[in-house]
Design a binder for this molecule. Structure first.
Ligand SMILES: *[C@@H]1O[C@H](CO)[C@@H](O)[C@H](O)[C@H]1NC(C)=O
Ligand SMILES: *[C@@H]1O[C@H](CO)[C@@H](O)[C@H](O)[C@H]1NC(C)=O
Ligand SMILES: *[C@@H]1O[C@H](CO)[C@@H](O)[C@H](O)[C@H]1NC(C)=O
Ligand SMILES: *[C@@H]1O[C@H](CO)[C@@H](O)[C@H](O)[C@H]1NC(C)=O
Ligand SMILES: *[C@@H]1O[C@H](CO)[C@@H](O)[C@H](O)[C@H]1NC(C)=O
Ligand SMILES: [Zn+2]
Ligand SMILES: [Zn+2]
Length: 321
């Protein structure tokens, strides 16, 4: 009977349970635990905490993998590390979040880095365009939300964002369910996954139209906050382990006038640097003798290091010969 649970579609079972006056399972606790474990497995696989397991994976291995995944999840999200599917962990799993994975499934333990090389735009001006609006809020309001979300990033980098009528770098759209970028990216109805975005040089950013979207006031999910988070991905940032940062995977309601966390700023500046007006200010003047000496010293050290590297390289080449 218990094995049965893993074979039959869970959601169908939940539906049956709610409808049936007599519950078909004698041990309700075991049933609930099995459901939670299966849902948790799906969650951990989906977000890169656990390698894909199948019905053919042995039960013992599943338990071990699940425990590892739970610990990894708890650590990444600043929770007590128990390795158990405790109340707090189950609650966290149910929270609304971004659809981008927290870890890269294909490279086992490495979290997606801020400064993952290759994931950045090579030019300063990046264009955007909304190709599919939601009809929940006015079109102009949606553009305002996106503009102000992008400004969070352009305020701390040399990047310039331009709304274009032509072919954009960042294509923004709202969609429901499976929307043409693979079944694992399909949106999931209200709650859970809110949006996702693709790293540069793709940059496309999609929002789940089954959420209730708001702009700054009302009851629902704030478009500006989620958009700013997703644009972080579209610019090359992964998820942050700092639970206070914008780039943490779970949604947080923010106060009006909210600012990026220092963790987000450090991340984006590691990719694009500081704004140009901030660049010119702290440059040391060459007439300052003490810093002049420092520069000379640094230059000499660099020269020596380069010389050593070149020397070693030549030596290795000779050895190979
Ligand atoms: C697991 O892998 C199989 C085949 O590789 C794939 O069809 C399936 O969608 C994957 N499941 C998840 C949850 O990633
Ligand atoms: C960790 O557990 C303690 C005691 O069970 C609890 O008071 C605390 O809130 C937990 N910490 C977090 C981050 O949830
Ligand atoms: C995941 O890792 C693989 C191999 O290391 C790499 O090719 C791929 O680009 C990575 N994907 C992401 C989203 O980081
Ligand atoms: C919003 O934009 C879409 C697509 O451009 C358009 O079809 C729709 O009529 C617009 N809605 C309003 C209220 O202008
Ligand atoms: C030279 O640099 C030192 C510290 O690096 C600073 O205190 C001093 O004001 C500078 N002098 C000039 C002339 O810029
Ligand atoms: Zn995200
Ligand atoms: Zn999508």
């Amino acid at each position: 009977m218990k094995l049965h649970i893993f074979i039959v579609n869970v959601f169908m079972l939940i539906g049956m349970l709610q409808a049936a006056p007599v519950r078909p399972f004698a041990d309700e606790t075991l049933f609930t635990e099995a459901i939670q474990a299966k849902n948790a497995d799906e969650f951990f696989m989906r977000f890169g905490y656990m390698k894909n397991i199948t019905t053919r994976t042995r039960h013992v291995n599943k338990a071990v993998k699940r425990k590892e995944a739970i610990r990894k999840f708890q650590q990444f999200n600043g929770m007590n590390i128990t390795g158990e599917l405790d109340e707090e962990t189950i609650e966290k799993i149910k929270q609304p979040r971004c659809g981008v994975a927290d870890f890269n499934e294909s490279s086992r333990d490495r979290p997606l880095q801020f400064n993952a090389p290759g994931y950045k735009w090579s030019r300063k001006t990046i264009t955007w365009k909304v190709t599919g609006y939601t009809n929940q809020i006015p079109n102009a309001t949606q553009r305002s939300a996106f503009k102000s979300a992008l400004k969070k990033w352009s305020d701390v980098t040399p990047l310039i964002f331009e709304n274009t009528e032509g072919y954009p770098d960042i294509e923004i759209l709202f969609a429901r369910g499976n929307h043409g970028d693979g079944s694992h990216n399909a949106f999931d109805g209200p709650g859970r996954v809110l949006a996702h975005a693709f790293y540069p040089t793709d940059g496309d950013t999609h929002f789940d139209d089954d959420e209730t979207w708001i702009f700054r006031s009302g009851t629902g999910t704030d478009l500006e906050v989620v958009a700013a988070h997703e644009f972080g991905h579209a610019l090359g940032l992964g998820h942050s382990q700092n639970t206070e940062s914008l780039m943490a995977p779970f949604y947080k309601r923010m106060d009006i006038g909210w600012k990026l966390h220092q963790d987000d700023i450090t991340g984006i500046q590691s990719l694009y640097g500081v704004p140009e007006d901030q660049l010119s200010a702290p440059l040391p003047s060459p007439s300052n003798t003490s810093s002049g000496i420092n520069n000379k010293l640094i230059y000499n050290i660099r020269y020596i290091i380069t010389a050593i590297i070149v020397y070693r390289y030549i030596l290795e080449m000779l050895i190979m010969l």
